[in-house]
Every structure is written in structure tokens, then in C-alpha cells.
Design a protein around this ligand. Structure first.
Ligand SMILES: Cc1ncc(COP(=O)(O)O)c(C=O)c1O
Length: 405
């Protein structure tokens, strides 16, 4: 007899991305020449993991006692404050309204948002191109997932589609939670313009007579193209006191330590009583899931966020990684545009998505050529973060091979 409850009896036994990555690595180890653009970790051109040395060094300096001891349930106060101060260093209004709890990576933050801002059975709202685990998180937490069309025919964010879907959801379920992963959206690579943020905020305010919450998933924000990564935050201040406003903060990519599981959920609430109630709910949720996060990781990241010399060293090293990525982005755009590949505006970040009507079949064709990408509904996700610049030409050729015939 299978003792699992019915809803858990037919879970898929493999994560698609990790399965494809495993197959690509097995073929490579067997001596084949393989391009593996499946996995969302930043790799050097020689295939080794890109690791910020300052982070490794700071981790090694964390005393044994800090690794061994429990952390406070919502995370150490110094860590939460450092995350808030750094995120809102240019936005004092958001900073004054912010509270935070530590979570195991950004994933934990997404989990807390789903459980505290939607009722059981209600649907999350997100664009139709989204990070697959959003669905897994919803399944696991007994929420569903609904989407709005992400792009207009002209390739801009489809704000009208968001407006319509949000209205529909509010009529049906009386509240809404919107996840937007920006900048450097996974999987599309798209980064919204300031104008698009402004329009999104207008739409949210239009519907704010009911409980509407925006969560900005910032997993890749320090890898955005040119300009200040905090600039978009200025557009969000009108939401304060009108809608819920959350930020899923992740140390995984920002500090190149994916396995350290350092993250935070930041919530901005203008009203102090509401902020305290929010903090209590989120801390309670921590106790009721993972209890507390890794103290040593928080101690190291707090130093990296607050000690000027460490922060500067880390930023300088990350700038080099950004350049590595930027070279691949440039090579991709230069090769893909003449071939007529269809994909969103791509200026930086770990991934790009190439639209394709039969993505599964195209991905299989590509695997036969030794090139691995991740097929999704109507598109192929290309993890340029893990492909060498010298492989971009071969990657694009495979993507373009009879692509739209
Ligand atoms: C869009 C997006 N959000 C959140 C995360 C969360 O990452 P982590 O839990 O490692 O911080 C990821 C990781 O791949 C991601 O791609």
C-alpha cells in the first residue's frame, strides 16, 4: 500500500532542469563535446563555478561557535537590518517602513509570501514566462498559479493583460498576490523599464481597494545591465500604505554561494502596528517551517553588507563576473539577431528565452547536436550564465537550426 496522501502520490520524480544538466554532464564526461546551457549558476568560461573570493574568505573567518549555534527564529537582528539598509540605501521611505525575516534563500521568502498573503486554494499571479519552481511552491503549499501574458506583440510588458487578470482574480478570490521577477527575469532575460514599473504601480493602485500584494523577486538584481540596480525602487514608493509590498532577497547569486541558503523576505508596511503584525506572522511562519536559518551564513553576509572594505571588494569582484556575463550577452545578441531568433530585449542577466512553437521538439533536436537548453511552454530557456562565450556561436546555430519551420 502506498501510504502517501492522495495529492502526493503522483509527484514527478525528477526536476527537469537538474535531469537535463545531469545528462549533459554524463555525455561530456564520456568524451563528447557538449554545450550545457541548462543550469542557473554562473560559471567561468572554463566550466568551473564563478565564486566571489571575498565571500569564501569571509565565510572561512566565521568562528566555529557562530556556525554551531542556533540563530534567532526570524534571523539575527544585524542580518535583517543589514539587508534592509543595503536594499533601501537610496530609499529612506521604504527603509523606514521595512521589516525582514531570514529565509533559506529567496525560495524561502517566496514560500512565506504564498502562505501569508494567499488563502489555501487561491491563485498566485505571475507572467506566463516564470521560474518553474513557482508552480512547485504553489503545489506544495496548496495554492494554484495563474498567469497573464507577459509581452505585447511589440515586446513590451503587457500591462493591460496584468490589469485584466488582476481584476478577474480579485473578483473571484477577493485578494491577489503578484510575483514579478525583475530585473533579469528568469527565464526571459527581460528587465522592465522605469516606465513599465510606473504603469504596473498604477494598475496595482487602481485595484488597491482590495488586498493586493506585490512581491519583487530580486534573485538576479545585482547582475542587471548598466545603471543603478536600486533605481526602480523609486517607482514603488506610491504603493506604501496602499498595497502589500514584499521583496524576496537572495544571497545565492549576489554572493555566488547557492548552497549557503541565505535569503530574506522584506515586507514594507507604512503603519507601525501593521508592520509589527506582519513581522509576527512571518516570524511565526519561520518557526513553523525551518525553525531558523544558518547563523554562520548570516554572520558572513552581514559583514559583507556592512563593512565598507569587504563590500567594496565584493562589488569589484562581482563587477568582473557581470562583465563575463555581459560578453556572452553581447555575443548572443550579435549572433542571434541575424539568424532571426525571436526573444525579448536582452541586456543582461543569467538567462534568455527564445520563443519557439514546439520547444520540446527543438530541444531534442538540439540535444542530438550536443547542445542542452531547457524547453518550456512556447520557448527555450538558455542559461548563458553557464555557457562559455566561445560556445555562444554553436548554441545560437543549434537554436536557429530549422527553428521556425
Ligand atoms: C527567479 C528566481 N527566484 C528565486 C530564486 C531563488 O533562489 P535561492 O532560493 O537559491 O535564493 C531563483 C533561483 O534560481 C530564481 O531563479
Amino acid at each position: 500500500m502506498l501510504h502517501l496522501i492522495p495529492s502526493r502520490q503522483n509527484r514527478p520524480d525528477k526536476d527537469v532542469i537538474f535531469a537535463l544538466n545531469g545528462e549533459a554532464n554524463r555525455r561530456r564526461q564520456a568524451g563528447e563535446s557538449i554545450v550545457n546551457a541548462t543550469i542557473g549558476s554562473l560559471m567561468n568560461d572554463d566550466g568551473s563555478l564563478s565564486i566571489l573570493e571575498t565571500v569564501s574568505k569571509t565565510l572561512r573567518e566565521v568562528p566555529a561557535g557562530e556556525w554551531a549555534a542556533y540563530a534567532p527564529i526570524p534571523g539575527t537582528p544585524a542580518f535583517n537590518q543589514a539587508v534592509i539598509d543595503d536594499t533601501f540605501s537610496t530609499q529612506p521611505t521604504l527603509k523606514a517602513a521595512a521589516t525582514s525575516v531570514a529565509t533559506p534563500g529567496g525560495t524561502g521568502a517566496l514560500r512565506h509570501a504564498l502562505m501569508n498573503y494567499l488563502q489555501a486554494g487561491q491563485a498566485l499571479l505571475t507572467p506566463n514566462f516564470y521560474w518553474g519552481p513557482y508552480q512547485t511552491l504553489c503545489d506544495e503549499h496548496e495554492r494554484t498559479l495563474e498567469t497573464f501574458r507577459m509581452f505585447t506583440d511589440a515586446g513590451a510588458l503587457d500591462v493591460a493583460a496584468l490589469d485584466a487578470k488582476l481584476g478577474e482574480q480579485l473578483a473571484k478570490q477577493g485578494r491577489a498576490l503578484l510575483f514579478l521577477n525583475d530585473p533579469c527575469n528568469n527565464p526571459t532575460g527581460y528587465s522592465m523599464t522605469r516606465g513599465e514599473w510606473k504603469q504596473v504601480v498604477e494598475v496595482l493602485l487602481k485595484h488597491a481597494d482590495k488586498p493586493v500584494t506585490l512581491l519583487v523577486d530580486m534573485a538576479y538584481w545585482l547582475y542587471a545591465g548598466a545603471g543603478d540596480p536600486r533605481a526602480f525602487l523609486a517607482e514603488l514608493t506610491p504603493l506604501l500604505g496602499k498595497t502589500g509590498l514584499l521583496f524576496a532577497w537572495s544571497g545565492s547569486k549576489s554572493y555566488t554561494h547557492y548552497g549557503l541558503r541565505v535569503g530574506a523576505l522584506i515586507a514594507c508596511e507604512a503603519d507601525e502596528k501593521e508592520r509589527n503584525a506582519t513581522q509576527a506572522a512571518l516570524a511565526y511562519a519561520c518557526r513553523g517551517t525551518w525553525s531558523n536559518c544558518v547563523r554562520g551564513g548570516m554572520v558572513a553576509v552581514t559583514r559583507l553588507l556592512t563593512e565598507p572594505a569587504l563590500k567594496a571588494a565584493c562589488d569589484a569582484e562581482r563587477e568582473k563576473f557581470k562583465q563575463l556575463l555581459q560578453n556572452r550577452v553581447k555575443a548572443f545578441n550579435a549572433a542571434a539577431q541575424p539568424k532571426g531568433l525571436q526573444y525579448p530585449r536582452y541586456e543582461g542577466g543569467f538567462f534568455v528565452t527564445v520563443f519557439h512553437p514546439d520547444a520540446e521538439a527543438q530541444a531534442e533536436k538540439m540535444r542530438n547536436l550536443g547542445v542542452y537548453v531547457v524547453p518550456q511552454k512556447g520557448a527555450l530557456r538558455v542559461a548563458l550564465c553557464s555557457a562559455a562565450e566561445s560556445d555562444v556561436g554553436r548554441l545560437v546555430d543549434a537554436l536557429a537550426k530549422e527553428a521556425y519551420t
